[in-house]
Structures are given as structure tokens and as C-alpha cells.
Design a binder for this molecule. Structure first.
Ligand SMILES: [Fe+2]
Ligand SMILES: [Fe+2]
Length: 248
């Protein structure tokens, strides 16, 4: 079975750093925060393009993969995203950032509920289903180690949400190939809109708070580590036959 990184070799942390260097980000003096975010975004997008194989939108044989099995993976991702934002809301001093996490808590919990409803409509019995029965994922565990506000914004909102929009686009294409226009619509019209908003929120907050060389270095490292862990998640999905799993 071919994976989502079919046409790409593994991303390494140094590669992301190289991407940043390629667009002119040094590691010494602080640059203007807005300019920092513009260039951080260019570096991120450069790596994300590699997470999007050219054959993503091409019809393929998807084997035993079903929309339902992937939506169950999505439930875990949505729950983890809800929970990390809730933990951080309580331990972040700035009110503006607290409220950004609060917004995210509401949106991710809403995604969870909508996905549950969609699964029920598809005939899946969720009684007794616990999306965290096998424990938390590596990315979630990494996020729990972040205590710095700028690192948190860079990892979860700026990066994880951007990755989610890439994965969700692949999931939408998969749903359409399976003839499930309703799930595709849910993702296109609701989930993707919110995840894109969370990423933009991350950009806005980084432009406000990533103002020192130390903060910018932390943000850069958090972006890099998150991308690495996302790639590991993606490879794990592929090994488990769960390629096209949505993000959150
Ligand atoms: Fe999100
Ligand atoms: Fe979500």
C-alpha cells in the first residue's frame, strides 16, 4: 500500500531549519515579529507541500479503508486537540491567548460532536467507544511538555492546524472517491473552515508575541518538532492501513 508520503523522502528537523534559512531567517538577532511570521509561514508551506503527494487527488485503489474507520481516528484527534487547548487555557496568563484557546476548545469539541453524528448516520454504534482507549499520541504528549506560550501557539495552532488542513483535504478527496459526499461536505464546509481559522489565529498571535530572538528560536524549534512528529503519525497511519486519516 502506498503512503501519503509516496513521493517524498522523510522530513528531518534540519530540513525545516534549512527551509527557514532558505527564506532568509537567521538565528541570531530578533526580526520584526510580523516579518518573522511571514517567513515562518513560507518555511512551513514549503515543508507542507512535501506532505501533499501529487497523486493525492488521483483515483486509487483504497483497499479495506473506509470513511467510518478514518472518522474514528478523527475522533481521537479532535479529542486530543480539545484537551490540549483546555489544559493550556488554564495555564496561559494572557487573556487574548486564553480566549484563543477557548475558541479552539469549543470548535474542536463541536467537530467531535459532528463526527459522532455523522458516524451514527452511517450506522456505526459508538456505545462504549473510547477514542483514547489506546492512550494519547506522541504529538499530544510532546505538546503537554510545552510551557512557553509562544511555543504552544507555534506548535499547536500555527503548525498542527496547518497540517490538519492538508490531511483533511486528502480525506475529503478520499470521501468523494468513496461516494460519500455528505462527509466530504461536513469537512469542506465546517471542519476545514475552523482549522484554517485556528492556523490564522496562530499566525496573528505569533506576530504579536514572538518578539525576541529567544521566542523566535523557540517558535522555530516548536514548528520543526511538530512537523517531525506529524510525519511520524502519518507514517504510523500508513503502516496501520489508515492513510488519508483526517487531522484536526
Ligand atoms: Fe483545529
Ligand atoms: Fe478539529
Amino acid at each position: 500500500m502506498r503512503g501519503r508520503l509516496d513521493n517524498a523522502s522523510p522530513i528531518r528537523e534540519t530540513e525545516y531549519m534549512d527551509a527557514l534559512a532558505g527564506v532568509g531567517i537567521g538565528t541570531g538577532a530578533a526580526m520584526d515579529a510580523a516579518a518573522f511570521v511571514v517567513e515562518l509561514t513560507e518555511g512551513l508551506e514549503q515543508v507542507l507541500r512535501r506532505l501533499t503527494p501529487e497523486d493525492t487527488l488521483r483515483a486509487e485503489t483504497d483497499g479495506d479503508l473506509t470513511v467510518e474507520s478514518l472518522l474514528l481516528v478523527a475522533l481521537r484527534n479532535e479529542l486530543e486537540a480539545t484537551e490540549i487547548a483546555a489544559r493550556w487555557m488554564a495555564t496561559t496568563p494572557e487573556v487574548e491567548v486564553k480566549l484563543a484557546f477557548a475558541r479552539q476548545i469549543g470548535d474542536e469539541a463541536k467537530h467531535y460532536r459532528l463526527i459522532q453524528e455523522r458516524l451514527r448516520a452511517l450506522g456505526v454504534n459508538l456505545a462504549g467507544f473510547n477514542p483514547l482507549a489506546k492512550g494519547y499520541g506522541e504529538l499530544y504528549l510532546y505538546l503537554t511538555t510545552l510551557s512557553d506560550m509562544v511555543e504552544r501557539i507555534a506548535a499547536a495552532q500555527f503548525t498542527r492546524e496547518a497540517i490538519a488542513t492538508v490531511w483533511n483535504a486528502q480525506f475529503i478527496a478520499f470521501c468523494e472517491r468513496q461516494g460519500d459526499g455528505e462527509t466530504a461536505r461536513l469537512y469542506r464546509e465546517v471542519v476545514q473552515v475552523d482549522e484554517a481559522f485556528h492556523h490564522e489565529l496562530g499566525k496573528k498571535l505569533l506576530a504579536r508575541y514572538a518578539t525576541t530572538p529567544e521566542q523566535q528560536a523557540k517558535a522555530r524549534a516548536a514548528v520543526s518538532r511538530t512537523l517531525e512528529l506529524a510525519e511520524e503519525m502519518q507514517n504510523l497511519y500508513v503502516r496501520q492501513g489508515m492513510r488519508h486519516a483526517p487531522g484536526c
